[in-house]
Design a protein around this ligand. Structure first.
Ligand SMILES: Cc1ncc(COP(=O)(O)O)c(C=O)c1O
Length: 395
């Protein structure tokens, strides 16, 4: 039905005579073997890390191309470390312990960052349609715990657009810090058509992991409209050295190597096409599986990493069976985020769980289907036909 987009390199696809396989994720970081000149330049410069010239160029390009020239950003060597320094910076500013509201429907890194900063996560419910942190549930926790709540770490679920202005107001009204986990959001555009996060004064953290839409390998980005916040995080990311080789604040080593920055620059070159291609595949899934409930997306564009959807009610207890059937057909799938965070033993022990009726309903029903830069509309048809065949077989 569709041909592959121009930016796809056919080499990794192998022979077309191979049986059809649609892996759940197929990372597509820039091919290092094609970046010879850039790699030679790095070797000649003798600068391999420590915010070198390639990294500076990448940070400038991010702000210009993804955030409309507003604010500043800092690369980090993965989003988990970005979350950790953003959380630690906020915690050190308030100088007291307390609770941080996080959605239970997210990845472990969010809660780990809260705990590493010496704070306690409260696992909160999500909205049934957008799968974003539920505003009414956040309100209930604030009413119950009062000023023991010191911050909120919402997740921009699967690249969806959070209403950041709501968090901005809440931060002022309740004297809270906000750190946004936007691990899957590089490439998502808000209602104004700007990169998700543009103009937001708190820290927003994105991932450049190989499996993300903005695939590099290991890498992350912290953005804020407040350059002073980014300067502070840059110091924390470099051992807390606010003066030459002297720690003036908490620190880690989160610096992105120059080779990874080079890959980031190359990814940026073709990135708009990557996001559009993935959004087209997501649209085809929605069309081909009308009985499956998909996420209500806010904003104008979304950087789909994969296609999460809720299995129809009579079938959902058989998710594992469907996954095995799909695997036999060469189709990968995943059950993100099940268990949700309040179901992880470590977080049960160290966090607090609020009422989670929606999360407990949707996490066991959610199945994530493949999306990759290499997939075509024919591949989506192949996956959906297999799903429908299985549904008919068991009904
Ligand atoms: C919601 C969420 N937060 C944080 C992370 C961590 O990102 P990284 O692998 O770059 O540390 C991920 C990774 O998948 C994620 O899905």
């Amino acid at each position: 039905m569709s041909s592959l987009p121009q930016y796809i390199d056919l080499a990794p696809l192998g022979s077309t005579l191979m049986p059809r396989a649609v892996p759940f994720l197929k990372p597509n970081p820039p091919r290092l073997s094609r970046l010879g000149r850039g790699l030679e330049n790095i070797e000649d410069s003798g600068i391999f890390s420590n915010y070198g010239p390639v990294n500076t160029q990448l940070e400038t390009s991010f702000v210009e191309q993804l955030f409309h020239g507003v604010g500043a950003c800092l690369t980090v060597c993965n989003a988990t470390l970005g979350l950790m320094i953003a959380m630690k910076s906020a915690a050190d500013k308030i100088r007291r312990s307390g609770f941080v509201i996080v959605p239970s429907l997210t990845f472990a890194a969010t809660a780990h960052a809260v705990l590493w900063a010496g704070l306690t996560p409260i696992f909160c419910d999500v909205d049934a349609d957008t799968w974003l942190l539920d505003e009414a549930s956040v309100g209930k926790i604030l009413a119950q715990y009062g000023d023991a709540v010191v911050g909120i770490c919402p997740y921009a679920t699967f690249g969806n657009n959070l209403d950041l202005s709501w968090y901005d107001r809440l931060a002022d009204e309740h004297n809270l810090f906000i750190v946004v986990d936007a691990a899957a959001s590089l490439g998502s555009l808000n209602h104004a058509g700007q990169g998700f996060g543009t103009g937001f004064r708190h820290a927003i953290v994105y991932s450049m992991h190989a499996t993300k839409t903005f695939a590099v390998g290991e890498g992350g980005l912290v953005y804020s409209a407040d350059p002073a916040l980014i300067s502070r995080l840059r110091i924390m990311s470099n051992f807390g050295f606010g003066e030459p080789r002297t720690a003036t604040m908490a620190g880690l080593n989160c610096k992105l190597p120059e080779v990874s920055a080079l890959m980031g620059l190359e990814k940026l070159r073709t990135f708009a096409g990557v996001v559009e291609h993935r959004e087209m595949l997501a649209g085809a899934y929605r069309h081909a599986l009308p009985a499956w409930c998909t996420q209500r997306m806010l904003g104008v564009r979304h950087a789909y990493q994969f296609m999460p959807a809720l299995m129809p009610a009579p079938l959902h207890s058989r998710r594992r069976e469907l996954q095995s059937y799909l695997a036999q057909e060469g189709i990968g799938s995943a059950n993100y985020f099940d268990p949700h965070l309040a179901g992880h033993p470590y977080f049960m022990e160290h966090g607090v769980t609020a009422a989670l009726p929606v999360t407990e309903d949707i996490a066991p029903r959610m199945l994530s289907l493949p999306i990759s830069d290499f997939m075509t509309l024919d591949d989506v048809d192949y996956v959906c036909e297999a799903v429908v065949r299985w549904e008919q077989k068991i009904s």
